[in-house]
Ligand binder design. Structure first.
Ligand SMILES: [Zn+2]
Ligand SMILES: [Zn+2]
Length: 326
C-alpha cells in the first residue's frame, strides 16, 4: 500500500513536471515581454523628449532675438557679442524645460552649443546637444536648426539704425516704420555729405520682411516703377553681400563679412528734385567709414500732385534691382 503510494506520488510528479516547466517558461517569457515593452515605451518617450526640444529651440531662439533687438532699440546700446548673448539667453529659457523634465524623474540636459549666421540672411543657425537618460537607456543627439527671422506673424525689428543715430537726436517709431526726424540729416551733415538735407524726416521699415520680388531685377519692371513702389510701400528687406546680417545688426554694425540684408531709407516726398544725394541703401548711408557713404542719382518712383517721391541709387544697386542707369 505504502509502496503503491510512493509509486503514485512519483508518477504524479513526473506527470506534472512538464506542466511546472511550462509554467516557469511562460512566467519567464511574460517577464521578458514586459521588460522589452517597458524599454520600447521608454525609448518612444526619449524621442518625444528630443522632439520637444526640436520644436522649442527655434521658437525660443526667435523670442530671445526679439527681446535682445527691442533691448537695443530701447537702450540704443549695441550688444557686445550677439552670438554669445543669444546663446546664453536661449540656454536660460531651455534650462526651464530641462528642469520640468528633471522634476518628473528624468535625467535631461540640453546645451546650446552655438549661435551663428546662416547662408540665408533671413535665418540664424543654432546647434544644440540634447542628452536624455532614463533607466538603462541613454541618448545623445546634436541638433542643427535654423531660426527664421522673417516670420510675418512674429516680425523682428532692425536694431542697427537706433545704434547709429544714438548721438544725433531722436528716432521715433510707429507701428511699422522708423522715423528719423533730424537725426539722419544731422548724421550725414556731420560727415560732410552733400545734400544731407534730403534725409530730413526720412523713414525706413522697422521690421525685417523678406522681399518677394525675386529675382530682384524685376523691381524695374514695368518701367512705370510700380513694382519698386510696392516693394518700398511694403518695406521689404533684400539679401545683400554688403549689408550686415541680423546678428551683426544687433551689434550695431551696418556691414559685415557674412551674407546680409539691405533696406532702402526713404527721403520724404518733396516739391523740387535734387539730382544727387547719399545713396538710399542702409549699408551706404550708415557706412562704417566716411568714404563708404557715396552718392546716388535720383529715381522718381511716384508722384502725387506736386509731391515727388524719390530715392537715390548708384549704378551698382540700379543694376541689382533692374532700374535704369544714372
Ligand atoms: Zn524688393
Ligand atoms: Zn554678420
Amino acid at each position: 500500500m505504502d509502496n503503491n503510494g510512493y509509486v503514485m506520488t512519483g508518477m504524479s510528479f513526473l506527470l506534472i513536471l512538464p506542466i511546472i516547466v511550462l509554467f516557469m517558461v511562460l512566467i519567464n517569457l511574460n517577464y521578458a515581454d514586459t521588460e522589452s515593452k517597458s524599454q520600447f515605451i521608454q525609448s518612444e518617450s526619449i524621442s518625444n523628449v528630443v522632439h520637444d526640444f526640436e520644436l522649442n529651440i527655434p521658437c525660443l531662439g526667435r523670442q530671445v532675438l526679439k527681446e535682445e533687438a527691442f533691448t537695443v532699440v530701447n537702450s540704443k546700446k549695441p550688444l557686445f557679442d550677439s552670438r554669445k548673448s543669444t546663446r546664453d539667453n536661449l540656454q536660460l529659457k531651455i534650462d526651464q524645460i530641462t528642469q520640468s523634465y528633471n522634476n518628473k524623474g528624468w535625467h535631461v540636459n540640453c546645451t546650446v552649443q552655438s549661435i551663428s549666421e546662416s547662408d540665408d540672411p533671413f535665418q540664424v543657425e543654432v546647434t544644440s546637444l540634447v542628452m536624455v537618460q532614463k533607466g538603462k537607456v541613454a541618448h545623445k543627439q546634436v541638433i542643427h536648426q535654423k531660426i527664421p527671422i522673417n516670420d510675418p506673424n512674429d516680425p523682428l525689428p532692425d536694431p542697427m539704425p537706433f545704434v547709429k543715430c544714438k548721438d544725433y537726436g531722436g528716432i521715433s517709431i510707429d507701428s511699422s516704420r522708423i522715423y528719423y526726424g533730424h537725426s539722419l540729416a544731422s548724421y550725414l551733415e556731420q560727415r560732410g555729405k552733400k545734400n544731407w538735407e534730403i534725409y530730413e524726416n526720412a523713414s525706413s521699415p522697422l521690421f525685417i520682411k523678406k522681399c518677394p520680388y525675386d529675382p530682384f531685377v524685376g523691381h524695374g519692371v514695368p518701367n512705370t516703377m510700380e513694382t519698386l513702389k510696392n516693394c518700398l510701400d511694403n518695406g521689404f528687406y533684400h539679401e545683400s553681400n554688403d549689408g550686415a546680417c541680423y546678428l551683426c545688426r544687433l551689434e550695431g554694425k551696418s556691414t559685415c563679412f557674412h551674407q546680409g540684408l539691405e533696406i532702402f531709407i526713404l527721403p520724404p516726398p518733396i516739391n523740387n528734385q535734387t539730382n544727387s544725394a547719399p545713396c538710399s541703401v542702409d549699408h551706404v548711408v550708415f557706412g562704417d567709414d566716411n568714404d563708404d557713404i557715396y552718392p546716388g542719382g535720383c529715381i522718381q518712383y511716384h508722384q502725387e500732385g506736386n509731391l515727388i517721391f524719390l530715392l537715390y541709387l548708384d549704378d551698382s544697386h540700379r543694376k541689382k534691382y533692374g532700374l535704369p542707369p544714372i
